[in-house]
Design a protein around this ligand. Structure first.
Ligand SMILES: [Zn+2]
Length: 92
């Protein structure tokens, strides 16, 4: 038996397989613990590249953790920032 259980960074469950950001499948599916760039993009309703551009230009909170090449944020960091940032409305 070469596999060992690892602890999910979000829920603390011990599982055999973790996503690259250190979460178990269940937490990834439910967006628990961390949001990756993809989940931030989904929340904001923009493309992945837009989030990367925001991050690169310092127009959004800095990523709080990094797992390999994956930047992650706490959901609340993003939701609070989004609620407080100036709106650019394209639709009435
Ligand atoms: Zn988990």
């Amino acid at each position: 038996m070469s596999l060992s259980e690892q602890e999910c960074v979000a829920c603390g469950d011990k599982v055999l397989y973790l996503a690259t950001d250190g979460r178990c499948d269940g937490c990834v599916a439910q967006g628990h613990g961390w949001w990756t760039t993809k989940e931030v993009a989904d929340y904001l309703g923009v493309k992945l590249g837009t989030v990367s551009a925001y991050h690169h230009r310092g127009e959004m909170p800095r990523a709080e953790e990094r797992f390999g090449r994956t930047y992650v944020w706490r959901p609340r960091t993003i939701t609070e920032w989004n609620e407080n940032r100036p709106r650019r409305r394209h639709k009435a």
